[in-house]
Design a protein around this ligand. Structure first.
Ligand SMILES: *Cc1c(COP(=O)(O)O)cnc(C)c1O
Length: 375
């Protein structure tokens, strides 16, 4: 019981082949999630896929309950999707209200594309020089010009900045505006239990579940505003709106794996994980502060484990990423400007270690970056 959170997290999964600093793209799954998914696939082969699905109902319900605990919504508000983008598309595609949305100028590029595809007019929320939401100015702007919905990505893919989700949720509640939250990077990382009108996320990032899974939670009052565009269900058994959103073929084994992973997150303690991820971010930015040729974009104490490095001497993050993998076994992400087309001007290199990163790992990464510049 004296093991630290980091030691327990590391012991609960396969040994990394090198240094993994890439949880913002895809964390390393644990043995329990991997085994549960494999066990479900075996069970499908033994009793039949539809019978196995019925038998898995309790674990899938537990996964929904865990999402509810992290978002402030109810387990019955949650459906599984194939990812965060899929969840946003389901929501926007079903939107029966006015198709206008207010969001950060640094909004995730693929989200902006989905907003445009679904005919939403986009207006920018006011931000400071870091790209952080200016809360009072946002309240004024939303009161003056009411959009059909407000969308916030509390933690982006291109920059490890924690946005003020709680204060914006309060403003939206006061103004009676629906707040939709992209928690792909924020769930299991920042406090998201603000009971927004809708919230969606991805399994494979900070919750360390399998790929190809996401969740969407919609508060009952927002359900009224949705008209899913799906073929009519069988008249004998009309589906609820939420059931229509969840309709379609899906990977039950992956849902089972996700349910186990998010259960492990809750068992580790959400506050303890958040505190450790904030510490990891501080350690990472400190370790990278003096690496020649790169500038740390985030304030050192930003309470997230995402650190981005902007090249100051012409390095190409895509080439450096490939070099780090090939030569040193260090996995990072190169983020190009499409991730946040109106905020990111040059590609950046993203380091996103999970709770188990060691000072030694960070020293190796800093030294490798210096060598990459020299080589
Ligand atoms: C990764 C990411 C997404 C997309 O998630 P998928 O599950 O791959 O669809 C959406 N928003 C943000 C901020 C992300 O980082």
């Amino acid at each position: 019981m004296t093991d630290t959170l980091a030691e327990r997290w590391r012991a609960a999964r396969p040994k990394p082949a090198g240094v993994h600093l890439d949880s913002g793209a895809c964390s390393r799954q644990g043995f329990a999630a991997i085994d549960a998914a494999a066990q479900h696939a075996r069970h499908e082969a033994e009793v039949g896929g539809y019978v196995a699905l019925e038998a898995a109902a309790p674990v899938l319900d537990a996964g929904r309950a865990a999402v509810a605990a992290l978002t402030g919504l109810a387990a019955t508000d949650v459906v599984y999707t194939t990812g965060a983008n899929h969840a946003l598309n389901l929501l926007l595609n079903s939107w029966a209200g006015e198709r206008s949305v207010a969001c950060l100028p640094g909004e995730y590029g693929p989200n902006l594309a989905l907003m445009a595809l679904n005919g939403f007019r986009v207006s920018p929320l006011p931000v400071d020089e870091h790209g952080r939401l200016r809360v009072d100015a946002a309240a004024d702007a939303l009161r003056r010009d009411r959009p059909g919905l407000v969308h916030l990505t509390p933690l982006g893919s291109h920059r490890g900045l924690a946005q003020p989700l709680g204060p914006l949720a309060e403003i939206c509640r006061d103004l009676g505006l629906p707040l939709v939250v992209d928690a792909a990077q924020a769930l299991g990382h920042l406090d998201c239990a603000v009971a927004p009108a809708a919230i969606y996320s991805s399994s494979r990032k900070w919750l360390a579940g399998p790929r190809g899974v996401g969740v969407l939670a919609v508060r009952p009052d927002l359900i009224e505003a949705l008209r899913p565009r799906f073929p009519p269900s069988e008249p004998a058994a009309p589906l609820t709106v939420l059931q229509q959103l969840a309709h379609g073929e899906s990977n039950a084994a992956a849902h089972v794996g996700f349910s186990v992973a998010i259960g492990e997150h809750l068992a580790a303690g959400q506050a303890a994980v958040r505190a450790r991820l904030a510490e990891v971010g501080r350690q990472t930015r400190t370790a990278m502060a003096d690496v020649a040729g790169w500038r740390v974009v985030e304030p050192v104490d930003e309470p997230t484990a995402i650190t981005t490095l902007e090249p100051t001497g012409g390095a190409d993050p895509h080439r450096v990423r490939a070099w780090l993998i090939a030569e040193r076994g260090i996995v990072t992400t190169a983020c190009d400007a499409r991730r946040a087309p109106t905020e990111l001007t040059v590609p950046v290199l993203r380091l996103s270690p999970h709770v188990d990163v060691t000072p030694g790992d960070l020293e190796l990464a800093a030294a490798a970056l210096a060598d990459a510049a020299a080589g």
